[in-house]
Design a binder for this molecule. Sequence first.
Ligand code: FAD
Length: 187
Amino acid sequence: MNCLIVYAHPNPKSFNAAVLKTVTDNLSATHTVQLIDLYADHFDPVLRFDDDHKRRDLTSDPATKRYRDLVTWADQFIFIFPIWWSGMPAMMKGFIDRVFVAGFAYHNTNTGLKGHLNGKAWIITTHNTPAFITPFAQDYGKVLKGQILKSCGIRPVKISQLTGIEKNSDQERQKKLAMIAQTAKTI
Ligand code: FAD
C-alpha cells in the first residue's frame, strides 16, 4: 500500500514525534511510506486568493503540487497531530485549506460535496482532556474525519485519541505507544 503520513508538531522531541516514530517503525515493510512533516517543510498554512489569483486556479498552484501528487498517490493516509483549542493545529488546517481544494479533492453538488479522492485514513490525536470527557468533546479530530476526509471520498476513517497525555505517567504513555504500534502493524 502507498501510505502517506501527514504530521504536524513543532518539536522533534515531543510525544507526537514519538507517536510518529512508533508508526513508521511498525508499518509493514511491504508498504511504501511517504511523510509530510509540515513544520519541517516550513509549510505556509495561509490560504490566499483574490481577483488576480483565483480560487479555481488553486488546483494547479505550483507551491502545493508536490502535496497534491502525494495525496493522489496515497491509498492509506495517517494524520498525526496534537489537539489545540479542541481541533487541528493551524498548520494542519492550513494544509487541508490549501491542498484539499475544490476541483481537486471534491466538487460541489446540489446535495453536498462529491469527493474525488480514494483511500482510507487513520487519525491519531493527542490531548490533555481525560478519556471519560472525550466522547462528548467538540471536534477532537471528528471534523477531519466526518466533514473533511469522508466528504472528499476518503473512508473508512479510524481515530485513535490519546487522552490525558501531559498528566499520564511515563508508563501510561508507553502503553499508549504500544497500542499505536499494534494498530500500525495491522495497516
Ligand atoms: P509533549 O508536551 O511533547 O509531551 C507530553 C509528555 O510526554 C511530556 O511529559 C514528555 O516528557 C512525555 N514524552 C515525550 N516523549 C515521550 C516518549 N517517547 N515516551 C513517553 N513519554 C514521552 N488539550 C486538550 O485536551 N484540549 C484542548 O483544547 C487543548 N488545547 C491546546 C491548545 C494549545 C495552543 C496547546 C499548546 C495545547 C493544548 N492542549 C489541549 C494540550 C495538547 O493537546 C497537549 O499538550 C498535546 O497533545 C501533548 O502532545 P505533545 O506531543 O505536545 O506532548
